[in-house]
Each structure stands twice: as structure tokens, then as C-alpha cells.
Design a protein around this ligand. Structure first.
Ligand code: AHM
Ligand code: MG
Length: 428
């Protein structure tokens, strides 16, 4: 084992061992009834794509209020999660999981930053092709490994699915002490893209990690005498859940700063890594995406192949003849996390739509589309394929792709209306 790999492993193991110990200390008698969901669907009125009251998933989460903020440090992610756990004891295990994710993000941020140094030997291709036929970068593999290690030692995960794994990985099956892992109590399913936009990484362009957390189906009771077979069937199907079943989603953006943006189902919160103290600090409490904008962010080289309704809307935005009458600008990094982060803060529309060559677009539903849609909706935006709310699509398989247009409510609604009008006139 190379020295740097060994040190990273030791670092992750030590921090995660702390989290496991923390979770074990927790009172196991806590009522583990889950936070109930009040609303999870959208309605269609005269072709209007309208999310039910309050935009999207409404969960009965008691969000912390911070009256006193330390001038020099601010509210750290650790403190935020402690407050969430204190206000919502049934969420204790979820907040423990977030500590591990934050640790992984710090480690990935460090790895990505150091990758540019001449001796890092982490740039370029791994020499492997993933199940989707894409060349894996070395950093795709390294970051996948970092996340897997960080998550599995929490003792809270049953199954995970990653862009860089051919099939869902059974965390428990990968461990020596299976029983101990199951004794931990509540468990979750994690889906993630460890390094989205990695084709950009050799040039030092922003990249990101995307994570979605689902509940592990209680029906999936593991029979250790028949472990392999069960893992393949019932338990693996746990990963194929629609975005409406997400209990949490987050992304980390590795850019001029490292950001950690999350939702636990009650608003979207942004944290920025203070490298001096090694902590994520609350920098963007309750992000609210502007309702309308004048920025669109799509790979325009494919415009001629997009669906006609979308072509017309974008053409109107360019010319200033769209619904808002504003002339739009184009901003496209080609790295979804960076493009969506800017969209959340400045407003705008990010899309990777369907085109004639790729009728389902490029982005993956499970670990890119759904978690990012959840974050955008929780900030007051919309996310659609043009005809369907992305969050409501049930995946048929792990690496399923989905066309996406997400961002400022009024502008995304303009796209939805254009599709609805086109469908109405074709059915007349
Ligand atoms: P990846 O998961 O293989 O990195 O691909 C996803 C990325 C997104 O971050 C980005 O929006 C898109 O690919 C850009 O694709 P393109 O280069 O076709 O515009
Ligand atoms: Mg990706």
C-alpha cells in the first residue's frame, strides 16, 4: 500500500470509528418512527406543472435557529447537525451519516487540489471503462473509494450505488463483521456520483460530488444463510427509488472554495470549508433561488437536435422575445455541480435535455438527476424533463439516464408550458 493511500485510510478509519462510537452511544430506545411526509406529488392544471403547496416534499423537520453566531468561526456543519439531532432525535443516525459524508468531501477536496502537483500521479485515465462505456479517470476511482470507505464505517448503510460501480454494492457483504453492521439499527441507501464532471478535472475546472440518501426498506431482512441471493434481489432493489423518497441530498463543489450544500427535506443550506479550522461553516442559510432569471446553461452545440418546444423557448430567451422579455446570457461550465451551484445563487436554468441522438439526455437519474432536483426544489426551484417532474420518476435500473431542465421557477415553467402546448396541439 502506498504511503499516501495508507495515511488516507487511517484518517478515514479514525474519524469514522468516532462516528460509529457516537452512534452506538446513542440511546437505542429512541423512537425510530420516521419523519412523515406530508406532500410528495405535483399536480397538473391546464398543462401547468405545479408542485403542491410549498413546492415540494414537506417534512416535519425542526430546523435549528441560531441566535448567537460566533464572530470568528460561525455555525459549523457539525454544530448544525448536532442541533438537527437535538431537535429531531429520530434523525440522529442520519446526522451521523452526514458527518462521514463531510469527512469524505474534505478528503476528496484535498485529493482534487493536490492532483495538479507534478508528483501526485492522480491525473489522467485509469485505463478502465465503467459499465456505461465511459473511460474512468484515476480520480473517479480514487474518490469512489474514499466515499465507500467513509460511508461503510458509519454502520448506517445497507446498500450503495455509484456512477463508478457496475451494480449496487452491498456494504454489509463487503465487511468482515456483518452482524455488527446490522446491529447498528436504522439503515440507509446511499447513491452517489463521486466526482461529477471529472472530464474537466485535469484542467483544474470545478468538479463535484453528488449524494442522495434513501431509507433502506424495512422489508429487506437479510437471511445470512442465503445472503448472496437476497442481496441480488430485494435488497438491491432498494436503490431503485424515485426522488420523492429521498430523505436527504447533498453536493460538494470543489472550486475556488469547497462548498457543501444539503437538504434534509426542509430547505437548502450551503456551507463553505474554512481550511484554517478544517470545518464546513454555514455560509448560505436557506438558499432561495431567484424566481426568474436571465441565464441559461446548456450544451448549445446540441441545440439543433433538441425537442422543438425547448429550441423555441431558448431561441426566445436569446432574442429577448420569451415570456419575461429579457435577453438571456449563456453560462456553461460543463460540470453539473458548478453549473447548478451558480444557478441556485444567481438564478437561471441549467439543462441537459433530450436530443435526437440521446433521447434520455446524458445525466443519470438516480445519483445525479434526483438528488440535484431535490436540492433545487427545496430552494424553491423546479426540475422537469419537459413533461414530467424528475423527482417522480421511478428508476428501472441503476444507471438510467434522464433529460433535465432545472432552475428558476418561472423560467422552467415556461419550458414546461411549451412542451404542454406542443403536446396539446399534436393531440388535436
Ligand atoms: P460525468 O458524470 O461523466 O462527469 O458526466 C456528467 C457531466 C455533467 O457534470 C455535465 O453537466 C455534463 O457531463 C457535461 O456534458 P457535455 O460535455 O456533453 O456538455
Ligand atoms: Mg456524473
Amino acid at each position: 500500500m502506498k504511503l499516501n493511500t495508507f495515511l488516507l485510510f487511517t484518517y478515514l478509519s479514525a474519524t469514522d470509528a468516532f462516528h460509529v462510537a457516537f452512534a452506538r452511544r446513542a440511546d437505542r430506545s429512541i423512537n425510530k418512527s420516521r419523519v412523515s411526509r406530508v406532500s410528495s406529488t405535483s399536480t397538473e392544471t391546464n398543462g401547468e406543472f405545479v408542485l403542491d403547496e410549498d413546492c415540494c416534499e414537506t417534512r416535519q423537520l425542526k430546523t435549528p435557529v441560531f441566535d448567537e453566531v460566533c464572530d470568528t468561526v460561525g455555525v459549523t456543519l457539525t454544530r448544525f447537525m448536532d442541533e438537527v439531532a437535538r431537535n429531531n432525535p429520530e434523525q440522529l443516525e442520519l446526522t451521523g451519516l452526514f458527518n462521514a459524508i463531510a469527512t469524505a468531501c474534505k478528503a476528496i477536496s484535498n485529493t482534487v487540489k493536490r492532483s495538479q502537483l507534478p508528483k501526485s500521479d492522480t491525473l489522467g485515465y485509469q485505463g478502465e471503462v465503467n459499465v456505461q462505456g465511459e473511460d474512468q479517470k484515476k480520480l473517479d476511482v480514487i474518490t469512489n473509494d474514499i466515499l465507500k470507505r467513509a460511508l461503510r464505517f458509519t454502520g448506517q448503510l445497507g446498500v450503495l450505488a455509484s456512477e463508478e460501480e457496475d451494480a449496487p454494492v452491498d456494504i454489509v457483504g463487503a465487511m468482515d463483521e456483518k452482524e455488527v453492521m446490522y446491529d447498528q439499527g436504522d439503515m440507509f441507501v446511499a447513491v452517489f456520483d463521486p466526482l461529477d464532471g471529472s472530464s474537466n478535472v485535469d484542467a483544474g475546472i470545478p468538479t463535484g460530488t453528488i449524494i442522495g440518501i434513501y431509507e433502506h426498506d424495512g422489508e429487506c431482512v437479510i437471511d445470512f444463510d442465503n445472503f448472496e441471493q437476497q442481496a441480488e434481489s430485494v435488497c438491491m432493489a432498494n436503490t431503485l427509488q424515485p426522488g420523492t423518497k429521498l430523505v436527504a441530498a447533498a453536493y460538494c463543489l470543489y472550486s475556488s472554495s469547497t462548498f457543501f450544500v444539503l437538504t434534509l427535506g426542509d430547505g437548502t443550506y450551503g456551507f463553505c470549508l474554512d481550511e484554517n479550522i478544517g470545518e464546513f461553516v454555514l455560509s448560505h442559510p436557506r438558499i432561495e433561488i431567484p424566481q426568474s432569471s436571465s441565464i441559461y446553461s446548456m450544451n448549445e452545440s446540441k441545440m439543433w437536435m433538441w425537442d422543438e418546444p425547448l429550441q423555441k423557448v431558448v431561441d426566445g430567451w436569446r432574442k429577448g422575445t420569451g415570456r419575461s422579455g429579457k435577453e438571456f446570457s449563456s453560462r456553461y461550465i460543463g460540470s453539473m455541480v458548478g453549473d447548478v451551484h451558480r444557478t441556485l445563487l444567481y438564478g437561471g436554468v441549467f439543462g441537459y435535455p433530450a436530443d435526437k441522438k440521446s433521447p434520455n439526455g446524458k445525466l443519470r437519474l438516480l445519483y445525479e438527476g434526483s438528488p440535484m432536483s431535490y436540492i433545487v426544489e427545496q430552494a424553491g426551484g423546479l426540475s422537469t424533463t419537459g413533461t414530467e417532474r424528475v423527482m417522480e420518476i421511478v428508476p428501472d435500473y441503476v444507471h438510467q439516464r434522464v433529460p433535465i431542465v432545472m432552475g428558476s421557477k418561472q423560467d422552467v415553467q415556461e419550458v414546461v408550458d411549451a412542451y404542454a402546448a406542443a403536446n396539446n396541439s399534436s393531440s388535436d
